[in-house]
Design a binder for this molecule. Sequence first.
Ligand SMILES: [Fe+2]
Length: 496
Amino acid sequence: MLDRREFLAASAFAGGVWVLGQPGECRAEPVPSASQKWPRNYFLQGNFAPVSEEVTETELKVIGQVPKELHGVFVRNGPNPQFPPLRHYHWFEGDGMLHAVLLRDGKASYRNRWIRTEGWKEERQAGKALYPSFLDPLDGTNPPRFKNTANTSVLWHHGRLLALWEGGPPTEVRLPDLETVGLYTFGGKLKHPFTAHPKVDPVTGEVLCFGYNLVAKPYLQYSVIAPWGQIISTTAIDLPRPVMMHDFAVTANYTVFLDLPEVFSLERALRGQPVLKFEPDAGARIGILPRKADGTTIRWFTIPPCYVFHTLNAWEEGDEVVVVACRTKQFPQSVEFAPPSDGSAHPNPQDSEAVLYQWRCHLKTGKVVEGPLDDRGTEFPRVNERLLGRRTRFGYCGRSGSEMFDGLVKYDLVKQTHLVHGHGAGRFGGEGVFVPRPDAKAEDDGWLMTYVFDRNTGKSELVVVDCRDFAAPPVARILLPVRVPYGFHGIWVDLS
Ligand SMILES: [Fe+2]
């Protein structure tokens, strides 16, 4: 076993090749939580349950063939609570853990690491959970402290990897070893929380991002980050009430905001009711702002109430801005911010199913034409991000299954057809991240990657699906040394 200094030196750059560790190395940190009592809670059971080990493993077994032209790291974020909760627990609030698979020359290696946020370190020091859940009742005396878990997604920009959580600033993490550097505030220029869904413009290299504040005005701020990584502008956008805004969209010229009525109310929480609640009477709007304009010039388009966690893409067609997203008629009950009455959570996936949906906002007439593009339940939409903000023909989603996604769907938005890649009986996957083939000429020339959990074996794998032969078995099933709990969003960092 190498000591820590030798290990970091070896893993950072070995003979000109990034690797995720040394052959045979498997580091497992002592995790005091392993022997503690965990409460009954849907999001702490099955493959939602956290893992207690940090592992590095080279030379993973592969069923099939890892495409030899791929050289990069697939990194996915997700909640992995370090300690049993004080009282309640929601899936959205577990400590962030990154799971990374590095591919090169047809070979694969793996590493998982907790993101060592300030809250994670405090709790590790104490040997127990210290932070409350946002499901816990407020006592009206002390304002609650919430932990920036950095657990939701990752951004790779200007050679920097950032783990994101929409309630606060990003946390910088080093590649390839996944060591936490610390909070990243863009040199102190970041003045608002940072969405977990920033958009990197594939043409300009800019990052567009926003942050919402549930307590103090401005309730929404929007920033543009230059290709060289500096925040070049921030503007406030006036909202009548604080709402949970998880995602947005961009086109080549516009930024699109979703003001949807998942409304925050401290007064409601002090009455013992949920702090966030779907209030359809508050109305819903799509806001369209020229990319670098002042927030006061935003134009709002009224739409029927709904909720959207994730957009697929947006683009311009003539005088219209087209937005495609996974839409639910109300806030999904499966992730509702209310403590279950019996101390556990029993989400009903049928109540929560989002469907792929389109809004066409006419910039001259102010009219909106909207409607579903499919009737099956899908979520975690992604596109080939080389075309983000431009008209995309293909979209990729997870297909809603009994406990997570039981397959992937490839939508052809031009032909209005779709293909399904099923994960197989008892197998459930996450978001499919599109990885373009180097030198690809066609939009769908690439692969979707997702972690799949096999309930039959209790094991996880990274599945690589050829998007041009979508219904076929995966070209590679990369078998992982530890279970990968269900999580949120991932990216492919190209190192070629
Ligand atoms: Fe998300």
